[in-house]
Design a protein around this ligand. Structure first.
Ligand code: ZN
Length: 329
């Protein structure tokens, strides 16, 4: 994914508020206090992260990507009632048509009231933000930028199968999120170069006419001491979902990580779910205003995005917060 720098935000706010402001609403003003707190096994989530990384960078078109897809499908069949495998072709910024696979696990598939949870499972083929330019063309391990979100959703689904929420849940693992143009090439910025799997799914959902009450995207949710800010597009499209998630986090004692502050505008998968599928969808993403790396997690798009940076406590925190929101909303 890609950030739009803070200095540009002011001019964007006006245009965005005009076009999308009316979609902002709060449907939960009168709901009772949170009653069910989700269970979450941090060890499992950590293991699921490590397993993905162990295949090597999951770059579309590689053996590691294929092997990881096979494993993800096997696990999702275990944790869901129904699994959909959505193969697609999409053209990356460089004009090359590539093969992708979106994997969807559904729980309570017949429930009319549904929640969509998503993360990308592919790895970026370029470490274009590495401190060492010699690494720019290397693919990344993507322990945090991809694997962490997938792992949290896998463990959540396992828990949901043990204790089913009232709603139906769909875990959407999207492919080809992270093949956007590298910074070492001077390619014009275009948000459509990112999130190719989510763009495909949003236009061709696994179930015809698919709808969900809301969606939550997880991206970089595994590093030590993260900060999750209220991301700009999430607030524009689905502020009531953001506020519900942040309120739940605060009630669970995680207010230090789920910072009550709006900032960052991220071209990520949630934009396409909002735009093409009309599902109010937010992005829980590690944003750090003091980062020297594009206002993201310090090791974002570097060869340093490795397993040793992953913290079980963070995986658990995000899992419990999202799970609790699903049980109570
Ligand atoms: Zn990325």
């Amino acid at each position: 994914m890609k950030t739009i720098f803070y200095t540009l935000l002011l001019s964007l706010i006006l245009a965005f508020t005009t076009s999308c402001g009316t979609q902002t609403k709060n449907r939960h003003n009168n709901k009772p206090a949170t009653v069910i707190t989700a269970s979450f096994n941090a060890d499992s989530a950590f293991t699921y992260t490590a397993k993905q990384v162990s295949f090597g960078p999951r770059v579309p078109g590689t053996k590691a990507h294929n092997a990881c897809a096979t494993w993800l499908i096997k696990k999702m069949k275990q944790f869901s009632d129904t699994v959909y495998i959505q193969k697609f072709k999409a053209r990356t910024y460089d004009g090359v048509t590539r093969n992708g696979v979106n994997i969807i696990g559904s729980l309570n598939p017949d429930a009319g009231s549904r929640v969509l949870l998503l993360a990308h499972w592919d790895s970026r083929p370029f470490a274009d933000h590495d401190k060492n330019p010699a690494n720019y063309h290397k693919p990344i391990d993507a322990a945090n930028d991809g694997a962490s979100g997938v792992a949290v959703l896998m463990e959540l689904m396992r828990q949901f199968k043990l204790k089913r929420p009232d709603v139906g849940v769909d875990v959407l693992l999207v492919d080809l999120e992270d093949w956007g143009p590298p910074d070492f090439e001077s390619h014009p910025s275009n948000e459509n170069d990112w999130g190719l799997g989510s763009q495909y799914w949003a236009k061709n959902p696994h179930v015809k006419g698919y709808e969900a009450n809301y969606g939550i995207l997880l991206d970089m949710v595994g590093a030590k001491k993260p900060t999750f800010l209220k991301e700009y597009y999430s607030m524009g499209y689905a502020s009531y979902v953001v506020n519900e998630v942040w309120k739940t986090a605060d009630e669970l004692g995680y207010g230090q990580a789920f910072v009550n502050e709006e900032d960052g505008a991220i071209s990520d998968d949630h934009i396409f779910i909002n735009k093409y599928r009309n599902i109010p969808t937010i992005d829980i993403i590690h944003l750090d205003k003091n980062s020297s790396n594009g206002s993201f997690y310090e090791y974002w798009h570097t060869t340093g995005d490795t397993m040793d940076k992953i913290d079980e406590n963070t995986l658990k925190m995000v899992g419990v917060v999202v799970g609790t929101v699903v049980y109570n909303n």
